[in-house]
Design a protein around this ligand. Structure first.
Ligand code: PA5
Length: 439
């Protein structure tokens, strides 16, 4: 897991010097995170989750006991869906087909209900709070669809992933005798990919979960290391210094179609954790940078024009692989000699050349970027990368002196929705909205 920061070095960041200048701050951040981990109110439970092999065994037993499943529908949104979606796209190999319902647009839901066979479908409803309107509306629809088709047997076709104590889903699962897994109380949604939120759906598509968790544990070791080895402290520092220089956008760009949902997961992790109005002392800070998704090479033919020639208000993180899992030779064809520079080369060679060329072209234009190199795309390295990015986010929260584990900014929108939908207790807010022309 090498970091190639020299591109950053050319444009204002000397990583070695910056580490020296910020050693005290970074060490304090690292020590604070490790020492606060024991306090559930700090929401640092994601650090220990990869150690929990007992829960993993339960997940694997549940998967084995349900070998009749052909379609798995995940009902969840935000942190309750994006991790499993990223892991499935990267490593899923069937035979179960995964479907994610993470919106309430009626047409796709109706289409899915028309297409699936209830008898072959397992519905995994994932909600830590048990109160998210989108997820619960979808659950009401899928539960009825199953019951209408299967009668009392619907209960075998639902598995609940929720908080062990809080919210309405846990007692409901208990009273109906539904299978249920815990989201540990000290783990927030966007930090939940290594707990049953991510591992249960991933188990059904054959992901090597033991290695996924082993990779995450490796990232934990690195996050404890001295600063010279501590990669999340280093990438967080680069992100922090870039923001301090006015680079308000952070682009996350893996060179991999299999990693196509990883930027979506990262955008949610980064933006919801770090975009905060107040610091830990309640002072207005308006922290954060805006994470943007890109995929190489695809977006070389789209966003890279802007990245090179538009405003240099970005820091770009490229992710590329050192080795492919499988490669293909580009064949020679008579009559197309204009393409002979490709003949006999491999697709992976071309992919790598494109990533290196783009990183350098961006640097030449004065657009800072760095590359994270993954040895290969397997469960171990993906687990490492996911946990690394969670650590980077936690370090950034410390550097900005904000709470990276809450999301007060999304509450008012939720309350307005309740008011507009006529939820009991929200009558006053509904009247206020009406007086403001929203109904
Ligand atoms: O990261 C988060 O905390 C959020 O994105 C949540 O995951 C999202 O709001 C869904 O919440 P819940 O799992 O309670 O339904």
């Amino acid at each position: 897991h090498n970091l190639h920061p020299e591109r950053v070095g050319e444009y204002g960041f000397d990583l070695g010097a910056a580490l020296g200048d910020h050693a005290h701050q970074l060490q304090a951040a690292r020590d604070a995170l490790w020492s606060r981990k024991a306090d559930p109110a700090e929401f640092l439970g994601w650090i220990d989750v990869p150690e929990d092999t007992e829960t993993l065994r339960e997940i694997l037993r549940y998967r084995e006991a349900n070998d009749w499943v052909e379609e798995l529908v995940v009902l969840g949104i935000g942190g309750s869906a994006l991790g499993a979606q990223a892991v499935n796209a990267a490593l899923g190999r069937g035979p179960v087909r995964l479907h994610f319902v993470d919106n309430v647009e009626p047409e796709p839901i109706a289409q899915l209900l028309r297409t699936l066979e209830p008898g072959k479908t397992l519905v995994n409803v994932i909600s830590k709070s048990g109160s998210t309107a989108e997820t619960m509306a979808a659950f009401l629809a899928f539960r009825k669809w199953l019951e209408d088709a299967l009668g009392d047997a619907w209960k075998k076709h639902v598995v609940v992933t929720t908080d062990p104590a809080k919210g309405i889903l846990r007692p409901y699962a208990k009273s109906e005798g539904l299978a249920a897994f815990d989201i540990p109380p000290a783990v927030g949604g966007r930090f939940s990919v290594t707990c049953p939120v991510g591992t249960l759906p991933s188990a059904f598509v054959g992901v090597d979960l033991e290695n996924l968790l082993a990779g995450a544990r490796k990232a934990n070791h690195t996050a404890r290391d001295a600063l010279e080895q501590n990669l999340p402290a280093q990438t967080a520092l680069i992100q922090y210094l870039a923001a301090a220089q006015g680079l308000n956008i952070t682009v996350f760009m893996p060179y991999s179609t299999r990693l196509r949902f990883l930027p979506d997961w990262f955008v949610q992790l980064h933006d919801e954790s770090l975009g905060k109005m107040l610091d830990r002392q309640g002072r207005e800070v308006r922290s954060g940078t805006t994470a943007v998704r890109a995929i190489g090479t695809t977006d070389q033919h789209a966003q890279v024009q802007l990245f090179r020639e538009g405003p240099h208000d970005k820091l770009i993180t490229l992710v590329r692989l050192e080795h492919p899992s499988e490669d293909l030779e580009i064949p020679a064809v008579k009559g197309l000699e204009g393409l002979d520079y490709l003949f006999g080369k491999s697709f992976f060679h071309l992919l790598t050349a494109e990533a290196k060329a783009t990183a350098h072209a961006l640097a030449k234009a004065g657009q800072p970027n760095y590359t994270i190199l993954l040895e290969k795309l397997d469960a171990y390295h993906l687990g490492w990368l996911l946990q690394h990015l969670m650590w980077q986010t936690a370090f950034l929260g410390e550097l900005w002196n904000i709470n990276a584990f809450d999301q007060p900014g999304v509450e008012l929108g939720k309350e307005y929705t309740y008011a507009l939908m006529g939820r009991k207790g929200y009558e006053k807010l509904a009247a206020e909205l009406k007086s403001e022309g929203v109904e």
